[in-house]
Design a protein around this ligand. Structure first.
Ligand SMILES: [Zn+2]
Length: 223
């Protein structure tokens, strides 16, 4: 059975990727990064999602040293998580420096080790928050780089970076996920990481809007 590594955060997008990869016939190898994010609740939700999909192995990799780099409201307690959309032109403070480049490098290394032919990541360039590492140019370029940097890539067993949500709005992602019976009740999106979502941060607002437009009810609890 063909294998895929899924970068699984426990959020809505990465959980949708689990459903898509499964639907495409892949054996799922979710990989979760503990990067010192404030919302460490994510890691617990990722475990529940992995369990729901009945995977053989869910690897959780500790890269909490990223908070030694800092520079993000998600990893640095001295930077406030914004509640309102900041200046549209600016990259928001929730941006984690080079996060997806780091994630994809590690996920590709893991893919090579287990002989997976694909790495799924739930980035979208449509409803994204202005993060440069969510753009198709980046994914394409990273895909090239990974195959230049790995044994798999240079021996003809190329690793494909799959970003199936790249051109979908949040609404479309949710519609696809509901169709595939993705367990959204197990996901978390709030940047504040409490038991109940705040409903106010950028991520909560995007999620709520997506469910509303998809004509569905968000199954997670809000304050
Ligand atoms: Zn929130």
């Amino acid at each position: 059975m063909k294998k895929a590594v899924i970068v699984l955060s426990g959020g809505l997008d990465s959980t949708t990727c689990m459903g898509i990869a499964k639907h495409e016939g892949y054996e799922l190898y979710p990989l979760t990064f503990n990067y010192g994010q404030r919302h460490s609740r994510e890691v617990n939700q990722a475990k529940k999602v992995a369990e729901y999909f009945g995977v053989n192995e869910h690897r959780i990799v500790d890269i909490a040293f990223l908070n030694q780099i800092g520079g993000s409201a998600l990893t640095d307690a001295s930077i406030d998580v914004p509640t309102e959309k900041e200046d549209k032109e600016e990259i928001p403070s929730t941006y984690v420096p080079a996060r997806n480049m780091i994630f994809l490098s590690l996920a590709s290394a893991y893919a090579e080790v287990i002989g997976a032919e694909a790495v799924f990541i739930g980035v979208s360039a449509v409803d994204y928050s202005g993060y440069p590492d969510c753009r198709p140019e980046f994914i394409k370029s990273m895909n090239e780089t990974i195959n230049l940097a790995t044994k798999a890539g240079t021996t003809g067993e190329r690793i494909a970076i799959c970003a199936p949500l790249m051109h979908l709005t949040k609404k479309e992602t949710i519609e696809k996920g509901l169709e595939l019976k993705v367990p959204y009740h197990l996901t978390t999106s709030c940047y504040n990481g409490e038991e109940e979502a705040c409903g106010e941060c950028d991520s909560c607002q995007l999620r709520l809007k997506g469910f509303e437009e998809a004509g569905a009810k968000d199954p997670i609890p809000y304050k």
